[in-house]
Design a protein around this ligand. Structure first.
Ligand SMILES: CO[C@H](O)c1c[n+]2c([nH]1)[C@H](O)[C@@H](O)[C@H](O)[C@H]2CO
Length: 450
């Protein structure tokens, strides 16, 4: 066996999000979020699950920081719940909300763990949704106001800020397919939401710069590597359209100040109808300090003239392995993505802000959780990351999704992504899985045994 050594200052972390773990959905002055509303709407979430209690992290955060310390995390990425800070999304600040995150951050700092904060991870205050939510351009100023409150409150203790988690999912799952909150099914609205999210990001970065804070700011995108099933022209064009649809629609504005032409043509009138003002693209392109990447799997496609989705048909290779989400396990896609980002978009520092897998974990008779499939998944993806670093990609850190099993959006608690098992039937008892102990060894040695 040999070891692959990562750069000496490489950051090993883990990630969560407020709505998925905190619970306490009506406690200490918190306002309603669109996910509170959505999960309480019959038929929207598997088994009628909600985030009302989740992992009860709101009451157990000290215990959870102890878990992070035991694993040896260098850093912890978490999101702040906007409606905990501003119950109506604007106006009166809820001090108890600020106090909760102050307590969490203090515990992290005491444990020597760097706090990385995601400003928005999908839990919009319901009161703002009632004014049109992300489809109403007015939301941009409310987001900047919310961000400024947090910059002023925590700007001296947070290591890095992430404005948005996956604007693609907020726009197209929340407003296109409707399988995420607020459950709107309108492609035109989804495109406007994507634009307003990007604009809110750019203006929040601008505000951050004005405050002259000495930490860093970036954004996290869900990105894929897209491959054609054959080398024929139409399949290749289909793979490129898929890449433009998921990656390009956000990478091009952020780094090049434009939307990708190929797919603009596809959107046609829907693009021409967008409310894009003269300075918008310049504001969206406000320089960031790093790019966060959420990578889980690849996209393998063929051209299908009858497909209403961009003339694209997805392909699932029989000989591949799949996770409990039915996502193909394809570690090479992470390497290919990192190389492509470095060559075509940015040499800025990159962070894997999410990578992980759901498997059907069970508590063994001996009381442990033996998740060798998750270890194998993570090991293969760490090797891809290592290869990219060796070839010059400025990858500076890796956050495993997730620190703990949690509320997996429309799947509720039926999918387990954690390196810590949550025993929902037994008072949310925490059990470190084998993958947590395996990860601890990597962090201690800053190297991977292969
Ligand atoms: C295609 O996967 C997406 O990039 C993605 C996967 N995931 C995410 N985005 C979200 O950021 C998390 O809140 C999810 O819990 C996590 C697991 O589903």
């Amino acid at each position: 066996m040999s070891r692959l050594y990562f750069p000496k200052d490489f950051i090993w972390g883990s990630a969560t999000a407020a709505y998925q773990i905190e619970g306490a959905y009506q406690e200490d002055g918190k306002g309603e979020s669109i996910w509170d509303r959505f999960s309480h709407t019959p038929g929207k979430v598997a088994n009628g699950d909600t985030g009302d209690v989740a992992c009860d992290h709101y009451h157990r955060y000290k215990e959870d920081v102890e878990l992070m310390k035991e694993i040896g995390l260098d850093s912890y990425r978490f999101s702040i719940s906007w409606p905990r800070i501003l119950p109506k999304g604007k106006g009166e600040i809820n001090q108890q909300g600020l106090d909760f995150y102050r307590g969490l951050i203090n515990e992290l700092l005491k444990a020597g763990i760097k706090p990385v904060v995601t400003l928005y991870h999908w839990d919009l205050p319901q009161a703002l949704q009632e004014e049109g939510g992300w489809a109403n351009r007015e939301i941009v100023k409310h987001f900047v106001n919310y961000a400024e409150i947090l910059f002023n409150e925590f700007g001296d203790v947070v290591s890095q800020w992430i404005t948005h988690n996956e604007p693609f999912v907020v726009a197209f799952n929340g407003h296109g397919s409707g399988d995420h909150a607020p459950g709107i099914k309108d492609q035109q609205v989804a495109l406007q939401v994507a634009h307003n999210l990007l604009l809110s990001h750019g203006l929040a970065v601008k505000k951050f710069r004005e405050l002259k804070l000495d930490n860093e700011i970036g954004i996290t995108l869900n990105l894929i590597s897209s491959y054609p099933i054959s080398d024929n022209v139409e399949d290749n064009k289909a793979a490129k359209r898929m890449e433009d649809y998921i990656n390009g629609w956000f990478l091009e504005p952020l780094f090049k100040g434009r939307y990708p032409e190929r797919i603009v043509e596809f959107y046609g009138e829907k693009f021409n109808n967008l409310d894009i003002r003269e300075d918008d693209m310049g504001l969206i392109k406000e320089e960031i300090d790093f790019l966060g990447i959420n990578y889980y799997s690849r996209s393998l496609v063929r051209y299908n003239k009858d497909s209403k989705f961009l003339g694209i048909e997805g392909v699932k290779p029989q000989d591949s392995q799949y996770t409990a989400m039915d996502w193909e396990i394809y570690p090479k896609g992470l390497y290919d993505l990192l190389i492509k980002l470095n060559q075509e978009y940015t040499q800025k520092p990159l962070y894997i802000t999410e990578n992980g897998a759901a498997f059907d974990d069970k508590i063994s008779e001996g009381g442990g959780v033996h998740d060798q499939d998750r270890i194998d998944y993570l090991k293969a993806h760490f090797q891809s990351a290592y290869k990219a670093i060796q070839e010059g990609v400025a990858l500076k850190g890796y956050y495993v999704w997730s620190l703990m099993d949690n509320f997996e959006w429309a799947y509720g608690y039926s999918k387990r992504f954690g390196i810590t098992y949550i025993d929902y039937e037994n008072n949310q008892r925490r059990i470190l899985k084998d993958s947590a102990y395996w990860y601890k060894n990597i962090i201690v040695n800053n190297s991977l045994e292969v």
